[in-house]
Design a protein around this ligand. Sequence first.
Ligand code: BGC
Length: 415
Amino acid sequence: MLGNNYRKTKIFPKDFYWGSGTSAYQVEGGIENNDWSKAYRDGRVPVCGLACDHYRRYEEDFATAKTLGHNAHRLSVEWARIEPEEGKYDQEAIMHYRQVLQSLHQQKLKPFVTIWHFTLPLWFSQSGGFERADSPEIFARYCTNVVKELGDLCGHFSTMNEPNVFGSNGWLRGTWPPFKRFALTDMISITNSGRQYEAKATKYLSSVFIYFRVMKNLARAHNAAYKAIKKISPQTEVSVVKHVIVFASTYNPFYIIKAWAANYFWTHKFMRRVYKHCDSIGLNYYFYTQFGDRRVWRKTDMDWNFAPDHIYDALMMLSRYKKPLFVSEGGLADTLDTGRSEYITRQIEGVWLAIQAGVDVRGHLYWSLLDNYEWALGFAKRFGLIEVNYETQERTIRPSAYVYKKICEDNGIVE
Ligand code: BGC
């Protein structure tokens, strides 16, 4: 894949963003009023509890990110903290996030804020969440309030994280709230998002139809939020964060058609609905799969193919929307940290090659700064540049974090 373009030293454009990310529920701790906390009280997902206690330790964590050469940081705000009851905004929570953003500025880390990263306040999820016909307006109102309150401290907001992952885990596979499932999806599912929970999910054919409705509402929600934000703050950059699976194929025509259909279903169907309302697009890349492939892949701790360089294909896929792109997530679970340095380096090479091919990529944010709550898989999977001891909350920087630090400080790969 590297072909003639292979050069050892790979310098990135000036002002490229380098850093990492987290999301509120996965790291903050102490959130009890959203759908995921209800799910653990109901025994349907692992307990999240204090997580990384990042709600109180954010300053220390950002200071560490700074020492690791980062110049940007992605985080999300928790909807259930900000709007704990419908239409009521919690000033204390807002103040907290203002302090968080101020702390990022002090560390000279450019903030990328995701307004909604998977978890829903109970009042919204229990009244139907994104199944509701008026969910786009409810979402747009929340997003606008977040930008009103935090917009002076942050120039870049993503409305939502990975709508397709949210929809498919919630309504096709039934591993995430609201745990609705269509059994046949087992045949097409290529990832493990918590198989042990699938058996408990309600199985209805209707969940497929609801899935399509939810996906439509999510696209409408993004578009409504974009327009409402632009009305109050035209200079704010608004993006969507899209999970892209690269479905490739061998030369077998059947697999070519299958890959085309899978890419359309997973990536382009949603993107076509929203790209006109995006100033930029965030790419979350984890998966490459080739239909008809007989290779035996090396695996990450998530049992996902170790294919970091194929981020190139994911960037090429999104480049058709002709918007600036940034890698909002890319990383792996690797408890022993034996593959992370290679993974990161090869991933950065893939990003560099896409830039050489003319794609406008503005940043790379490794997932994740800290080990964290990996949704229905609990705390066992370790994505962090920084290891977290959940008993003591002690942080230990992994060796691979220094490999990434060198890349950040060199603005690329210098050999
Ligand atoms: C999500 C993260 C998650 C990561 C690893 C992404 O799908 O945005 O919340 O932890 O992948 O699975």
